[in-house]
Design a protein around this ligand. Structure first.
Ligand code: CLF
Ligand code: SF4
Length: 289
């Protein structure tokens, strides 16, 4: 049964226009990714606060224990989210985790974040298990997307450049349409890259709104990896992009660039490092953007 939009606006820290004192626990169960964003840094760093950076991965069967621990320490938690450290649909671990926990925590909003490459084909399962979904759509024009995304691995085959971008965009939009139609509430994230997609934000906002997205979040580029010579957008550029997007869709302005193992109230406090400490380090992580 889809959640009521007003309830989500009230209870979810990342949906709705206002800042709220609501929290989320991220379960870092999803390693590995199936696309290569040019800005994605696959290193592990415990100290940094940005999307997808994480120090540990959990087994789906362990999730419940960590949720219980987190709820004891963070009464503000209303959301259990899975946001990486890789892509949540690249393996079956994220959906398996939601399946394992869904009956035990009926009052927690189930939230997931994906690059959307496999969203079209997994839309039914996502709709069944997830209340709120974020899809990162950095462009709806394949020429622009190809400047941000290098390649994808799709059903065992590698696609590069514009060819890869066409598949990715098609699957993202088709997936958003299906999931939104089922009643799951959809947010779209876009990484704002000055000189690449900054003149394209209105197109993205209008297109994802037409596909069924409810809210839009523009994240400033963190220059790293292949994009380390690029610059982050200024506050004015970010402001302008949000104003342009807002003509078409509600804009979320309180994103805290959370890690995939964050736990607490975004921007207020985080006990993720304490909660997950002592766990195995993994060599390869991707930031989910
Ligand atoms: Fe996590 Fe993302 Fe769900 Fe929120 S975070 S999966 S929608 S519960 Fe929120 Fe953090 Fe910004 Fe994400 S502040 S990075 S938007
Ligand atoms: Fe994958 Fe996310 Fe990194 Fe892009 S930013 S390569 S989707 S982990």
């Amino acid at each position: 049964m889809p959640l009521d939009k007003e309830l989500v606006y009230k209870e979810h820290p990342c949906f709705g226009p206002c800042k709220k004192n609501k929290g989320r626990i991220h379960l870092p169960v999803a390693p590995g990714c199936n696309i290569e964003c040019r800005f994605c840094d696959r290193k592990i760093n415990e100290d940094e606060q940005r999307p997808g950076v994480t120090s540990t991965v959990l087994e789906p069967e362990e999730a419940s224990r960590f949720i219980d621990l987190a709820l004891m320490q963070c009464p503000e938690i209303t959301v259990v989210g899975i946001a990486g450290p890789g892509d949540t649909l690249a393996t079956d671990r994220a959906l398996k985790t939601f399946r394992l926990i869904k009956d035990k925590y009926p009052n927690l909003i189930k939230c997931m974040s994906t690059n959307g490459l496999l969203l079209d084909e997994k839309a039914d399962e996502v709709s069944e298990l997830v209340d709120t979904l974020t899809v990162t759509v950095n462009a709806v024009d394949p020429e622009i997307e190809a400047k941000i995304n290098k390649r994808i691995i799709y059903h065992g085959k590698v696609y590069e450049g514009v060819e890869a971008a066409k598949i990715l965009i098609h699957n993202q939009l088709s997936g958003i349409r299906k999931v939104a139609k089922s009643g799951t509430l959809v947010k779209v994230n876009t990484v704002l890259v000055p000189g690449v997609n900054d003149k394209h934000i209105e197109d993205v906002a209008a297109t994802v709104k037409a596909a069924g997205a409810l809210i839009y979040n523009i994240i400033p580029l963190i220059p790293q990896n292949e994009m380390k010579e690029f610059r982050a957008p200024s506050c004015e550029e970010l402001y302008k992009a949000r104003e342009e997007a807002e003509v078409h869709i509600n804009v979320f302005r309180h994103c805290q660039h959370c890690r995939a193992d964050a736990c607490g109230v975004p921007g207020v406090y985080d006990i993720g490092a304490k909660l997950y400490q002592g766990r195995l380090f993994v060599k390869e992580t991707f930031s989910h953007g």
